[in-house]
Each structure stands twice: as structure tokens, then as C-alpha cells.
Write a protein that binds this ligand. Structure first.
Ligand SMILES: C[S@@+](CC[C@H](N)C(=O)[O-])C[C@H]1O[C@@H](n2cnc3c(N)ncnc32)[C@H](O)[C@@H]1O
Length: 258
């Protein structure tokens, strides 16, 4: 097996150490209806999933505790959940047994999924590969995994959240531009002064468009999510008031072109 890139090793170790903090939220999400992102936008507002997924092969790239996979399975899809963290997958497997959905779980990097070309009709990521994988590796990989006409939908923090994050990693985000926008790519939070983390990725919007075009994806939709009026407090370093002024999260919906 080829050696994993540094950011994948760092993020695997980070998530194995953090997995226990995500089990309760995972249990809740498995039991509930689809809600997305840090403010829990209902599926009816953001439309990440096809209403009927019967007959579709679906993959979740960076599935964590696997609730996105569960929601796709309940819509009728045959689902594979991929994650690099054995500890996260242990929770996903346990919840799958409890809910009886029969999802396939694969421990692997979403940048190199051990499945043949054209294995899936639909690929999903919510804060999985979407932020923890290098877009120049995982977007071509998602394209490889999808069949003609297949769709990739992913939700991630926006470039706004990245450029408004103080350079020393202090939380929360500010109303100032704290980092350059041009050149945005790898965000290393290991030495952050508040809540040190792993290595994340974010791109300028024009770079996303160029990457999609280069690998053969056509953009179907792009959403900039706004915190709901009733949201309060600070979640994951994002104050609700800030997320009503700036889109802290974004959704890309792309389709294999041609
Ligand atoms: C925040 S969780 C995403 C799952 C779920 N949607 C959520 O928000 O809880 C992030 C997941 O990405 C996984 N991850 C990080 N790097 C990865 C990689 N290279 N390949 C696959 N999964 C990865 C982590 O192990 C973790 O389970």
C-alpha cells in the first residue's frame, strides 16, 4: 500500500482521538430527519439528497458516524460509507446494527477509495472529504468513482470562514479579513492557540470552478448558507450573528458532464 499523505495521517490520528466526542450527536442524527451543517438546515431547505434513491449506488466520502449514509439508505440507495478513522467507523457500524440498514463501511482515505471506476451514481460529503481532503486529490477521485451523469453534492465551511479566521487560530472568526484569499488551500490548525485541530482545505471560488471543469464536472448549483434568524451562540468557532452577515457554509452540487 502506498504511504498516506501527511495531512491524511494527521487527520486520521486527530479523528481517532476525537471520535468519542461525536457519538452522542451521531446517535441523535441517525434517529432523526436529515438536517445539515452547523445550524441544522432542514433537507427541505437545501435539497442535498434526491427524494427517491431506489436503485442508486451511493457513497459518502468521510462519513464519520455515518448518519448521511443512513439517510441515503432510508431513501432506498445501496450505500457505502468511507472514512479514514477506525474509531468513527466503529460508531457507524454499531449504529447500523442498531438501525438495521445494512450499509457497507470501508476504512480508507476518500482521496483513494478501493472501488473500481464508475462504481456509484451519487456521492455525498458533509464536512468529510469536503474539508479534510485535498480538493486536488479528492475531487478527481469522486469523478473517477461516479458513472456518467452521476452527481456529487458536498457541504463545507466557506472561504469566508477561512479568511476571517485569525492567523494564530484564535476563535471565533471575526468581521475582519485576517488571511489572504488568493492562494487559499491548506489550513493547518495543529498549532492553533484555541482548540488545535487537524489539516483542512478550502479554495477560492474561481479555483473550485476551474477544478470542476478540469475533471469533468458541470456545476448544477451553489448555495451559500445563512444562519437562521433564531440561531444563537457560537458553534465550531462561528458566532450565529457572524453567520447571518457572511455565508459560513457552502454547498456545491455538481454532475458528471457530457
Ligand atoms: C465531521 S466528520 C464528517 C461526518 C459527518 N457528516 C459529521 O459532520 O459529523 C469528519 C470525518 O472526516 C473523516 N476524514 C478525515 N480525513 C479523511 C480522509 N482522508 N478520508 C476519509 N475520511 C476522512 C474523519 O475521520 C471524520 O470522521
Amino acid at each position: 500500500m502506498t504511504e498516506l499523505p501527511e495531512h491524511v495521517q494527521v487527520n486520521r490520528d486527530y479523528w481517532n482521538s476525537m471520535a468519542h466526542q461525536w457519538t452522542a450527536a451521531g446517535e441523535c442524527s441517525w434517529a432523526g430527519e436529515p438536517r445539515w451543517g452547523i445550524w441544522g438546515h432542514p433537507e427541505g431547505e437545501v435539497g442535498l439528497l434526491p427524494a427517491d434513491m431506489h436503485g442508486l449506488d451511493a457513497v459518502e466520502l468521510g462519513c464519520g458516524t455515518g448518519y448521511g449514509s443512513a439517510w441515503m439508505a432510508r431513501r432506498g440507495a445501496r450505500v457505502v460509507g468511507v472514512d479514514i478513522s477506525s474509531a468513527q467507523l466503529a460508531t457507524a457500524r454499531r449504529l447500523d446494527t442498531e438501525h438495521g440498514l445494512g450499509i457497507t463501511w470501508v476504512e480508507a482515505s476518500a482521496e483513494a477509495v478501493p472501488r473500481p471506476d464508475g462504481s456509484f451514481d451519487f456521492a455525498l460529503s458533509e464536512y468529510g472529504a469536503a474539508i479534510w481532503c485535498d480538493p486536488y486529490r479528492w475531487i478527481p477521485e469522486a469523478r473517477r468513482l461516479l458513472r456518467p451523469g452521476g452527481r456529487l453534492v458536498f457541504l463545507a465551511s466557506s472561504f469566508w470562514a477561512a479568511v476571517c479566521s485569525p492567523a494564530d487560530g484564535a476563535l471565533p472568526v471575526t468581521h475582519r479579513l485576517e488571511r489572504p484569499y488568493f492562494g487559499l488551500h491548506r489550513l493547518d490548525w495543529r498549532d492553533a492557540v484555541d482548540e488545535p485541530g487537524g489539516i483542512e482545505f478550502s479554495l477560492p471560488i474561481a479555483d473550485w470552478f476551474r477544478l470542476f471543469r478540469q475533471v469533468g464536472f458541470a456545476v448544477e448549483d451553489f448555495l451559500e448558507l445563512r444562519a437562521p434568524a433564531e440561531a444563537t451562540g457560537v458553534r465550531f468557532g462561528i458566532p450565529a450573528a457572524w453567520a447571518r452577515d457572511f455565508p459560513g457554509e457552502q454547498v456545491w452540487k455538481v454532475r458528471v458532464a457530457g
